[in-house]
Design a protein around this ligand. Structure first.
Ligand code: NDP
Length: 265
C-alpha cells in the first residue's frame, strides 16, 4: 500500500461473511490498480454518521453496501442511478469529484448475467422467487426485462410481495404474477427455475427455504447465498439430480459493471 492508494469499503452488519473485500482487493491487484477494499462493520444506528465521516476522507472513493443497509442508504445518497431509484435499494456508492454520493444497484443485473453465463435460459420460463427483500426486488425487476413468462413470489411478509408485484408490472405488463405467503400452500412443480433470494442458508442452523422434492426434475435450483458456496439447499438439489446455480455467479458478474461505474476498468 502507498500514500496514494485509493480506499474502498464494504459496509455490513454482520461483517464476518462478506466476500467483497477479498474479491475486490485481489481484482485491484490483478489489474494493477492502486486501491484496496476494507470491511467496515457498522450498525443501523450509526450508518448516517459513518457515511458523513467517510465523505470527509479524501482518498475514500466509494463502497459496496450490504445487509442491513441497502434500503436506508438510499436516503443518504445525493443521486440514485435508475436501477437504484427503481428498486429503492443501493449496493454500490461512489463519491463524485464534488464528494456527492451516487448510489447504484447491480444485484439484479448481476444475477441475470451470471445465470445466463452458465448457459441457462430465462426467456419464456416460469420462475418461482423466494424472498421480497432488497436482493429479491432487484432480481425480480431484472427478470422482468428478460421476457420471462410467469413469476411466483413467495415471502414471509406478504405486503412486501404485493409491492414487488406492482414494481414488476410497471416494467412488464405481460408477465403473469402470483404472490403467496411462505406459510400457505404453494406449488413448485409448475416452475422451471426456483430461486432462493431470502437470507436463509447464510447461517448453519437455518431451515431450508423450500423442499426441493416438490420441484420438477428438469428445474434449475438457484441460490444467491455466497457463503457457504454450496448451501444445504443446493446440496439437496444436487442429491435430487436438479441443475444448480451458485450464488457466487451473481457477485462475479457484477465485477465488470462495478468497474465501469467506478471508472476503474
Ligand atoms: P433482506 O434483509 O433485504 O431480505 C431478506 C429476505 O429473506 C426477505 O425476503 C425475508 O423475508 C427473508 N427471510 C429472512 N429470514 C427469513 C426466515 N427465517 N424465514 C423466511 N424468510 C426469511 O436481505 P437481502 O435481500 O439484501 O439479501 C438476502 C441474501 O442474499 C443475503 O443472505 C445476502 O448475503 C445474499 N446476497 C447475495 C448476493 C450475491 O451477489 N450472491 C447479493 C446480495 C445479497 P421478510 O421480507 O418476510 O422479512
Amino acid at each position: 500500500m502507498l500514500g496514494s492508494t485509493k480506499i474502498y469499503g464494504c459496509l455490513a452488519d454482520p461483517i464476518d461473511h462478506v466476500k467483497a473485500p477479498t474479491i475486490f482487493t485481489s481484482i485491484f491487484k490483478e489489474k494493477n490498480i492502486n486501491a484496496v477494499m476494507i470491511p467496515i462493520h457498522v450498525d443501523k444506528d450509526n450508518l448516517e454518521n459513518v457515511i458523513a465521516s467517510l465523505k470527509k476522507i479524501k482518498n475514500f472513493e466509494g463502497m459496496t453496501v450490504t445487509i442491513p443497509h441497502k434500503t436506508s442508504v438510499t436516503n443518504l445518497c445525493d443521486y440514485l442511478e435508475p436501477d437504484a431509484q427503481f428498486t429503492q435499494s443501493v449496493n454500490w456508492i461512489k463519491f463524485d469529484k464534488n464528494r456527492k454520493l451516487i448510489g447504484n444497484n447491480f444485484d439484479g443485473q448481476g444475477f441475470v448475467t451470471g445465470f445466463k453465463s452458465q448457459n441457462f435460459v430465462l426467456k419464456n420460463k416460469k420462475i418461482c422467487l423466494f424472498g421480497a427483500g432488497g436482493a429479491a426486488v432487484s432480481i425480480a425487476c431484472s427478470l422482468a426485462r428478460e421476457q420471462i413468462k410467469f413469476i411466483k413470489i413467495i415471502n414471509r411478509d406478504l405486503q412486501k410481495a404485493i409491492i414487488l408485484k406492482k414494481k414488476i408490472n410497471l416494467i412488464n405488463k405481460d408477465i403473469d404474477i402470483e404472490i403467496t405467503n411462505h406459510k400457505d400452500n404453494y406449488l413448485l412443480s409448475d416452475c422451471d427455475i426456483v430461486i432462493n433470494a431470502t437470507s436463509l442458508g447464510l447461517h448453519k442452523n437455518d431451515k431450508l427455504p423450500f423442499d426441493v422434492n416438490e420441484t420438477k426434475h428438469q428445474s434449475v435450483i438457484a441460490d444467491i447465498i455466497m457463503q457457504p458456496v454450496e448451501t444445504e439447499l443446493l446440496k439437496q438439489a444436487k442429491n435430487l439430480c436438479r441443475s444448480v446455480h451458485y450464488g457466487k455467479y451473481m457477485i462475479e458478474s457484477q465485477i465488470d459493471l462495478v468497474g465501469n461505474f467506478l471508472d476503474l476498468w
